[in-house]
Design a protein around this ligand. Sequence first.
Ligand SMILES: C=CC1=C(C)c2cc3[nH]c(cc4nc(cc5[nH]c(cc1n2)c(C)c5CCC(=O)O)C(CCC(=O)O)=C4C)c(C)c3C=C
Ligand SMILES: [Fe+2]
Ligand SMILES: [Fe+2]
Length: 387
Amino acid sequence: MGRVGVLLLNLGGPDQLEDVRPFLYNLFSDPEIIRLPFPWLQKPLAWLIANSRTRKSQENYRQIGGGSPLRRITEEQGQALQAELQQKGQEAQVYIGMRYWYPFTEEAIARIKRDGVDRLVILPLYPQFSISTSGSSFRLLEKIWSEDPALQRIDHTVITSWYKRPGYLRAMADLIAQQLDQFENPDAVHIFFSAHGVPLSYVEEAGDPYQREIEECTELILRTLNRPNSHTLAYQSRVGPVEWLRPYTEDAIAELAAQGVQHLLVVPISFVSEHIETLQEIDIEYREIAEEAGIHNFQRVPALNTHPVFINDLAEMVVDALNSPNLTLDQIARPAETTKIYPPERWEWGMTTAAEVWNGRLAMLGFLALLVELISGHGPLHSLGLL
Ligand SMILES: C=CC1=C(C)c2cc3[nH]c(cc4nc(cc5[nH]c(cc1n2)c(C)c5CCC(=O)O)C(CCC(=O)O)=C4C)c(C)c3C=C
Ligand SMILES: [Fe+2]
Ligand SMILES: [Fe+2]
């Protein structure tokens, strides 16, 4: 098989407060995060939004110790995965490629080339696929690959999403059960799945399978858990003026409180590591909303991080991928008869007619905001909550 590599893909996060501004700039420069019809508008708008959001975002990172734990946790996951693969008799080198911060995807690729990897498994650390997460990383990789003949010689395969994996479901169910059993009356606890949101247009116009995968994932976890608890699924972390997937987490919490729910167990479901949105948004902001609304017992399930059942499942996933037909970056970018991962007639990497509609909307907003804010220093982006 030659030298085997595993490339773990993740988002990346600012290691320290000074990193927040350039991190946000990288994030908002990504057309999979904000889609604009004119590429030349992307960087100025990214600069504007990053600058305006920096202070608020820094304050959030300050509350969790001054930076994101994502790099450390992802490195621990990588080491654990490599050790687990070795245990299974599969020698492999694990690489980490972040989308918006160090270690960048480009750095990982340079190391993969330098090490002479012959066979590569590309594994995003997002259980469910979204255009804005795994899709963005795949798109970047596809571009890097298309420009480099040396990479094209590497035999590679992509795992697109893996939320149905039995080990992942078992690990999630175990963590939930453990937390439930800390309550005085476990069966009376309401289980609250909180997924990271995406703009509604990603699902309705661009055909992002994310919402369907999140819903199915939630059902599978509940089935694995096999407890009588009531449950809710909601979407957190909305940014900007457009409509996102509903219900929004803060609204759903308020509604449950109004219905008299007093014991709530929050399950973060779209990300496998602790990060700002678990440690700050859920543990601090949503807790405050819940307690003020009368939910006096608010707990959260920890992220998987290096949960051994989860790491074992990742290792099995890699071994399975090495023994299955390849799914290449090329096939993913141009889904034809060969792949059925994305809704075939609706998904395109580039702009679809539908995507153009909302590109147009955002561009108009961007233009207006850019002009007004540059002139006045205050503007519609502030009042719309984007900044
Ligand atoms: C599956 C998880 C995620 C989806 C889907 C997602 C979509 C998405 N995110 C933004 C905007 C921001 N995301 C930010 C941080 C961030 N996002 C995720 C995960 C998903 N994002 C994580 C794990 C993190 C945190 C990393 C860390 O540092 O710990 C941020 C920056 C933080 C902030 O200022 O609030 C922004 C902004 C959009 C617009 C989007 C879908 C289009
Ligand atoms: Fe995000
Ligand atoms: Fe976010």
